[in-house]
Design a protein around this ligand. Structure first.
Ligand code: GLN
Length: 444
């Protein structure tokens, strides 16, 4: 049925880079046989799903939407894919994204742009735009994406689906092509909060192959699906409202606040004073880590190689040809921030400010169960708007502080503005995904 749906709408949506039709049928008949044999089945058994194309899938092309990896077929799988395979979910294919997850509209894909299913002339958001669009257009029941500064929550909000960025360390990054390793996190796109809990149950947990994976007890996330927020304390960080946020988005959020109060939650204004420094801090740390991670794409090991007379020219020509302007910009900025003359002034300073941003959240969570903000300052906009880099970076104001702090956050659709979906962001304490799901479930 999902493949039929893909046949019907994919031509317009363009969410998939690769469709694994035959593998999906093969897996489906295997799963069928298992069910008939009476083997234990899980809630994800037989459920059609798709993965962002930066997650390695053994034997299936994994491109990161880049010319650099256009022909790369990994010989191993990301832990998240292995886990979903074990749960008998069925992979339909690999989803479009901004090249190497750098961008906010999926227009940085080297192959094609994905369309927003709500309005085909609009962007689906990014960088996990394919993951959001595939779920919004009913092509897959759920999908996975990665979020370094908002790349799950922002496209979820633009496409009117639920997007969860878990706590740093709660989901393995093994086999996920790194952008900025201290910020990257894998998470879920689903139609509703219940599905988000079910998929989290499948993908979270300790993985010895990821050195930053947290070795703790993980809860059954479905146990938090209760319609109850009575007595919960919800903070409204004032820095996330006002200037730069579209008034119609604020109006929707006010509705949500009213609803929570009616249900017995205590909602109060609070402050995260270092918020204004999050954007510049992110744009030092993310490019710095990116410049180091991207060094491996040199024409020797994987993917594209442009032949040249000598090794250095081969490196240069391969990277010139294989990477898009945005990726090159990040590599240059990051290399600069890490160079001997500017390391202390930029990179080290950014790490210190990052600690202050994290402290803001620690302090807030001494008092509040969760925080509520808009996911994005505005709703989706037209494809081909050609915004300059800085204006695009500013779209992440509400999402990137959360990655710097490493805490979990979830975007749920909450009404429309100008006929396009509005996302509401709930932010929680580290490993407090359960509470976020509970509040989101109540608002649904
Ligand atoms: N839009 C942000 C960026 O371009 C975030 C990307 C992401 O989360 N992968 O860096």
């Amino acid at each position: 049925k999902s493949l039929d749906r893909i046949d019907k709408v994919e031509e317009n949506i363009k969410a998939f880079i690769t469709i694994t039709r035959e593998d999906a049928f093969k897996k489906a008949s295997e799963v069928d046989a298992k069910i008939k044999a009476g083997e234990a089945i899980s809630p994800l058994t037989g459920i059609p799903m798709a993965l962002k194309d930066n997650m390695c899938t053994d034997g299936i092309r994994t491109t990161c939407a880049s010319k650099m990896l256009h022909n790369f077929v990994p010989p191993f799988s990301a832990t998240v894919y292995e886990k979903l395979n074990k749960e008998n979910a069925i992979l339909l294919g690999k989803l479009n994204m901004d090249e190497f997850a750098m961008g906010s509209t999926t227009e940085n894909s080297a192959f094609f742009s994905t369309k927003n299913p709500w309005d085909l002339s609009c962007v689906p958001g990014g960088s996990s735009g394919g993951s959001a669009a595939a779920v919004a257009a009913d092509e897959a029941f759920f999908s996975l994406g990665s979020d370094t500064g908002g790349s799950i929550r922002q496209p979820a909000s633009f496409c009117g689906v639920v997007g969860l960025k878990p706590t740093y360390g709660a989901v393995s990054r093994y086999g996920v092509v790194a952008f900025a390793s201290s910020l990257d996190q894998v998470g879920t796109f689903t139609k509703d909060v219940t599905d988000s809990a079910l998929v989290m149950n499948a993908i979270s947990g300790y993985d010895k192959k990821d050195s930053t994976s947290a070795n703790i007890e993980y809860p059954d996330y479905t146990s938090f699906l209760q319609n109850d927020v009575k007595g919960m304390k919800i903070g409204i960080p004032k820095e996330y409202y006002g200037e730069g946020i579209a008034p119609e988005i604020e109006a929707n959020i006010k509705e949500a606040i009213k609803k929570l109060e009616e249900l017995g939650a205590i909602v109060e204004e609070c402050s995260l004073p270092h918020t204004e420094y999050a954007l510049p801090t992110y744009h030092i740390i993310a490019p710095a880590e990116c410049s180091s991670n991207m060094a491996r794409f040199d024409g020797v090991r994987y993917g594209l190689r442009v032949e040249a007379d000598n090794l250095v020219d081969m490196f240069c020509e391969t990277r010139k040809e294989g990477l898009c302007d945005e990726v090159k910009r990040r590599i240059m900025l990051g290399t600069y921030a890490l160079s001997a003359g500017s390391y202390d002034a930029y990179y080290l300073k950014a790490l210190k400010v990052r600690a202050l941003i994290k402290q803001d959240f620690d302090k807030a969570f001494e008092k509040y169960d969760c925080l509520l903000t808009p996911t994005t300052p505005n709703v989706s906009f037209k494809l081909g708007s050609n915004m300059d880099a800085l204006s695009l970076y500013k779209l992440d104001v509400c999402t990137m502080p959360i990655n710097l702090a490493g805490v979990p956050a979830l975007s749920i659709p909450f009404g429309l503005a100008n006929n396009r979906p509005v996302g509401l962001q709930l932010i929680g304490q580290a490993f407090g995904e359960g509470k976020l799901l509970q509040v989101a479930y109540t608002l649904e």
